[in-house]
Design a binder for this molecule. Sequence first.
Ligand code: 5GP
Length: 206
Amino acid sequence: MTGQGALIVISGFSGAGKGTLVEKLIADSDRFSLSISMTTRSPREGETNGKEYFFVTKEEFQKKIEEDGFLEYAGYVGNYYGTPKAYVEGEIAKGHDVILEIEVQGALQIKDKYPNAILMFVTPPSVEELKKRLIGRGTENLESINKRLLRAKEESILMHKYDYIVVNDDIEDCKKSVISFIDAAKSTPERCSGFIKKLQNELEEL
Ligand code: 5GP
């Protein structure tokens, strides 16, 4: 391993199982740090401030924008979501791999600012399965489900901008694929530039 931390962006249709995937990635290893986003959406039952999200008012969110406190932010189905800058920059500086679980517009802002970020898009094997999962998880009303499906249609147009498409059929297989994609992506020369430089410097000193 080359010692450099990576910025890993995980997006996917609402209901694709990204939340479970990210939970598994975090639980099984201390390799990954998870960025906790700020949102103006209300907490769902069982969600705690500071764990799933930092739940804030529109005014607080706006203030953070004005302070240039976000790495990226975007609107999603009537609410705002953003990645606080300080935590992510701190973890990357420590050499940790940081996971951002964010939607497409935010992911593309990250790709612009950090070309070495690794972008993964998680999808169920079919739209029928997507609908089944959204209805089955029971956290959204019909209106919200329909909005999320409409949003999935828009997001599908931008899927080709990602580095990897991850089909979540079986969650354990999906997790294994994601880890192998991250390992492969971290080994490209662009992402190993610091390591290459170090080797060159050492060779120079021979
Ligand atoms: P949910 O309301 O289901 O928790 O999240 C809705 C969408 O917002 C999901 O696609 C999730 O990945 C995305 N999201 C969560 N946090 C952020 C963030 O900080 N920035 C952006 N751009 N999207 C986010």
